[in-house]
Design a protein. Structure first.
Length: 294
């Protein structure tokens, strides 16, 4: 991180954790927040040009910060496996990888939950295998778990009433012989006047329905590039509140049939998610500091 800050013309200050994270928040917003131009999705960013030296440095930093390499689950058994939603391609990749872990006996799990939202899919997303006619991110998650786990119709479907808004929610539950219970969830937003549900919202919505115990162990599956920020959010929303243990891993692109999107490993993507990690760690630190003060 020191080398990266110096590459962008500054020096990492000597400060306590709170001050340092606040400084990195402001610094990364100036230099690495490519999404703020038009408030676009990750795949809609107009990527800047990087020279070879800066590209190599960003990749080295991202690797050191564990945004690049996939990792295996550190345990053989978990009470819960959470598959995080995202763009349509990621929904298919992550559900396929999670099902492979279970099917091949890499991990034993008590249940599986695919966590999504009612973010509308773009036209480009609906051209992906199986997503024609899908409307929302949750639909992409549903397609992914059905295909990956060999499921047919849900045995139970619960949802809020009326048209889909940021307050809407839905849960579909599947059960099949030889397969743990699988749930596909779309969470409501905790700030419906301003935005759709985000990752912390989906964690909390799932947790409220799951009767978590302090002895529970959770495996979270996402993409390698998002592991630091989504793990920090999981600690804040699940471990700190419910006392359970969390492991977060990124799927292995070599073990999924849906390839990475063009540009998915460009330097700007790594810099954007380094910023995401800073923000989620800042939220985690603030929550823990507030808890200790109380």
């Amino acid at each position: 991180m020191r080398a990266l800050v110096e590459e962008y013309g500054d020096t990492l200050p000597s400060a306590d954790v709170s001050e340092l994270l606040a400084w990195l928040d402001a610094f990364s917003d100036r230099h690495w927040n490519f999404r703020k131009q038009g408030n676009v999705e990750r795949d809609q960013v107009a990527a800047p040009t990087f020279d070879p030296a800066r590209t190599a440095l960003v990749l080295a930093v991202a690797t050191a910060l564990r945004l690049v390499e996939p990792t295996d689950p550190p345990r053989a058994t978990y009470d819960h496996l959470l598959v995080l939603g995202g763009l349509g391609r990621a929904c298919l990749q992550r559900t396929e990888y999670a099902a492979r872990l279970v099917r091949e006996g890499v991990v034993g799990v008590g249940d599986v939950a695919a966590l999504g939202s009612f973010r509308p899919l773009t036209e480009a997303e609906t051209t992906l295998p199986g997503l024609a006619g899908s409307r929302f991110e949750m639909d992409a998650m549903d397609v992914g778990v059905r295909s990956a786990f060999g499921l047919t119709e849900p045995v139970r479907c619960e949802s809020s009433d009326g048209h889909v808004t940021h307050r809407s929610w839905q849960v579909r539950t599947y059960r099949a012989v030889g397969c743990p219970p699988v749930h596909v969830l779309a969470a409501p937003s905790s700030d419906p006047e301003q935005r759709r549900a985000n990752t912390p919202d989906t964690y909390e919505f799932w947790a409220q329905r799951s009767s978590l115990q302090p002895t529970d162990r959770i495996l979270v599956v996402t993409s390698p590039i998002y592991v630091p920020f989504q793990h920090s959010d999981a600690i804040r929303m699940l471990a700190a509140r419910y006392g359970c243990g969390i492991d977060t891993i990124g799927f292995d692109p070599a073990r999924t049939t849906v390839p990475l999107a063009p540009g998915a490993t460009n330097p700007d993507r790594y810099l954007q998610e380094i910023r995401s990690g800073i923000l989620s760690m800042q939220r985690l630190h603030q929550a823990l500091a507030g808890s200790l003060a109380a």
